[in-house]
Design a protein around this ligand. Structure first.
Ligand code: ARG
Length: 462
């Protein structure tokens, strides 16, 4: 490639062909074209308003930039790696359209350093806005599923061992709550993303009387940066974005893991529709949960993006360094992947089949009402530690003889404690166990119904 570089004034030799390839970001940062043109239009209009360039020059540049945008959109614009990046590519094409003498004025009072930081913030802002919509859709799917399963009794687990009976709605709503925090985290990060670096130029601002507030308003930024060195080197907003993506997908990875377990032949209390599974090329009987497995797998990749950018920033001297060009691919991939994951998860959760009968049967097994029986003893004046020991003995008796709580004779119960027959009778029921947890945040039917109602009110504010 021999096209002349915009910065070649002080160079005597051409760029090494491998360096050209190595240095270029055009192959991936073309995705910033819309935001780049948007930023350039606001910047050049301001240059005209401030009489830094002639009004008619600004108008010509705005028109030219719109033409370049249309060319990119229609696929007429062919990428040339010699342009290095999308910023240079657009400027080069602008020169071809309106003549270099006018096009060359676009970059007055600006550097690619504040330009790229601005573009990426605009891009991440769009990503956040779309992701929040997708999170809300997924929350709706969980809410709907919860509504459907208020009356479905289910086992819950700690250490993946049967713990206490719950209503399945409570399990669905647990994911709703995680996503609620994720959506709020994105919206909170957005405030720090939406600060405009433009006007910081290379790192020391500019000699020209620019109007940063006006440009920020055009681009719908909430604020402008207060320190030009920080503005061009700060990528906190990228880290925050990637972290929030990581945490969101980590929540979905936990869901994925649970779905893999609950739909497995061993548990078989839920079933994924065929549309979300694939078969094996050798074992005809297989129906594999590929979708949840891939969600779990992609979590590793997305966490990797976060660590990649943190590592790039670590030890980076102020202000701009070319290392920062490495911030883009993680952002692009994170947006692509999380969008796909959120969309597919919403459809999968909606389509998830639940074996109510089996779940309710399981909820009555596994000594899951042990705490309730102990609590009944406590109500009779037995200290909790003592009650725990009494029920522990009962569990041992059951496991030794292959019985459940209800199968033990009154005589045998009496031998452990005279209070036990009545405690087992009152405390041993799974439905009563769930509904006995009548505390804010608990799985009692009326608490779940109250939460569902409150969520409906919250949803109206989205
Ligand atoms: N492609 C570059 C990046 O993404 C644009 C900024 C270039 N600035 C510079 N001083 N070389 O970071």
């Amino acid at each position: 490639m021999t096209n002349k570089k915009a910065w070649s004034g002080r160079f005597t030799e051409p760029t090494h062909p491998l360096v050209e390839e190595f240095n270029a970001s055009l192959e991936f940062d073309y995705r910033l074209y819309k935001h780049d043109i948007m930023g350039s239009i606001a910047h050049v209009k301001m240059l005209g308003r401030q009489k830094i360039i002639l009004k008619k020059e600004a108008d010509a540049i705005v028109k030219g930039l719109k033409k370049v945008e249309a060319e990119i959109e229609s696929g007429k614009f062919t990428l040339d790696i010699a342009d290095e990046d999308i910023h240079m590519a657009i400027e080069r094409r602008l020169g071809e359209k309106i003549g270099k003498s006018v096009a060359g004025k676009l970059h007055t009072a600006r550097s690619r350093n504040d330009q790229v930081a601005t573009d990426l913030r605009l891009f991440v802002r769009d990503a956040i806005d779309e992701i929040v919509i997708l999170i809300r859709n997924l929350q709706k799917a969980f809410h709907m599923k919860a509504q459907k399963h208020v009356n479905t009794l289910a086992p819950s687990y700690t250490h993946l061992q049967p713990a206490q009976p719950i209503r399945l709605a409570h399990w669905f709503l647990a994911y709703y709550e995680m996503l609620e925090r994720d959506a709020n985290r994105f919206l909170d990060a957005r405030k720090r993303v939406n600060v405009m670096p433009l006007g910081s130029a290379a790192l020391a601002g500019t000699n020209f009387p620019i109007d940063r507030e006006w440009v920020a308003k055009q681009l719908k930024f909430d604020a402008i940066s207060e320190n030009s060195i920080d503005a061009v080197s700060d990528r906190d907003f990228v880290v925050e974005f990637l972290f929030t993506v990581s945490l969101t997908v980590t929540h979905l990875s936990r869901l994925a893991e649970e779905l893999i377990i609950f739909t497995s032949a061993e548990f078989a209390v839920m079933e994924l529709p065929d549309a979300f599974c694939t078969g094996s090329s050798i074992m005809p009987q297989k129906k594999n949960p590929d979708v949840p497995e891939l969600i779990r797998g992609k979590t590793g990749r997305l966490n990797g993006h976060l660590v990649a950018v943190l590592t790039t920033l670590k030890g980076l001297p102020l202000a701009y360094n070319k290392d920062l060009q490495e911030d883009k691919e993680p952002v692009f991939d994170a947006w692509d992947q999380i969008s796909l994951i959120l969309e597919i998860t919403a459809d999968m959760v909606t389509a998830l089949a639940v074996d109510k009968e089996k779940l309710e049967k399981r909820a009555g097994e596994g000594f899951m009402t042990a705490v309730d029986i102990a609590d009944r003893l406590v109500l009779e004046g037995v200290p909790f530690r003592k009650a725990h020991e009494i029920v522990g003995k009962l569990v041992r008796l059951c496991t030794d003889n292959g019985l459940d709580f209800m199968g033990v004779s009154t005589d045998s119960l009496q031998k452990i404690s005279s209070l036990l027959p009545s405690a087992v009778k009152k405390g041993g029921d799974a439905t009563k166990s769930a509904d006995g947890k009548d505390v804010v945040g608990g799985p009692a039917k009326k608490r779940i119904e109250a939460r569902l109602k409150k969520i409906e009110r919250e949803m109206k504010k989205w």
